[in-house]
Design a protein around this ligand. Sequence first.
Ligand code: ZN
Length: 320
Amino acid sequence: MLDAIYRSIGSTLSPAGPRARLTILIYHRILDEVDPIFPFEATAQMFDTQMAALASVFNVLPLPEAIARLKQGTLPARAACVTFDDGYADNHRLALPILRKHGLHATFFIATAYLDGGRMFNDTVIEAIRHARSGRIDLRPLDLGEHDVSSPAAKAAAIGHILPRVKNLPTPRREQIVAELAARVSDAPLPDDLMMTTEQIRALHTAGMEIGGHTHHHPILTGLDDDAVRAEIVAGNRWLEQALGTRVRVFAYPNGRPDKDYRREQARVVEALGLEGAVSTQCGVSTRHTDPYQLARCSLAWSPPPRFVPMLLNNLRKAV
Ligand SMILES: [Zn+2]
């Protein structure tokens, strides 16, 4: 009954055809249970409930098909896509079975440098601070301040302070700084199984999921020139194409905020590489008038089930 009302509201805001509005959801990790350091990531149970609600209210399409139909003006009412960024192993272990259970398609954007035992710089920071050997950490020699890490909330605040300060550094410098940070903060061995293996990426592809590009090293593109942007995207896409034997068709900007994490004119570099479309992390929905190389995405991973669909419907009002 409630779903019928939701579908009716959704069809008014996002009708079939040229006035359609495309919803694209973004996820990163799917966790076994709530992480007190990261309460805003979805657990498998939440993701399952969210996907059940999505399947009953929205029409979920593969992203490349949705991009083509957005351009043609032939999207169904309440069109939506599901996407994952970065290539976390839990995407294969926890998200894939849930997607299959609900008959849903998803696109996985993979930063290829960290697969097969690697670790993203943000996870090095997170895991080092999770296992900090004392309740206070002094990172002043790294110009990253001094932080209380005596509780999960304090750890989350410290991580929130540190990550924005390292993410824009050139890749080799960023790797060096987070390695020094980890050595100063923790004695615990850091996990080397957070990201997918090549086999797990192949399994997603074999299951019918779309695999998209997300660069090789996940650099913030704003500070890079066009040649460096092209080289990063091509390196990631080539890696995936060799592993999967298929063409990469779609791309997600690392971090993805227009003007902050990529420059809008860099969308033309992506377009010139022959990709079919690209997604940002600009909140809202896309219309026929949206640049198909800067499609909006909406992050509701943390949204509790009763609010998930109402928030998706509210998001339909925000055309970019
Ligand atoms: Zn990413």
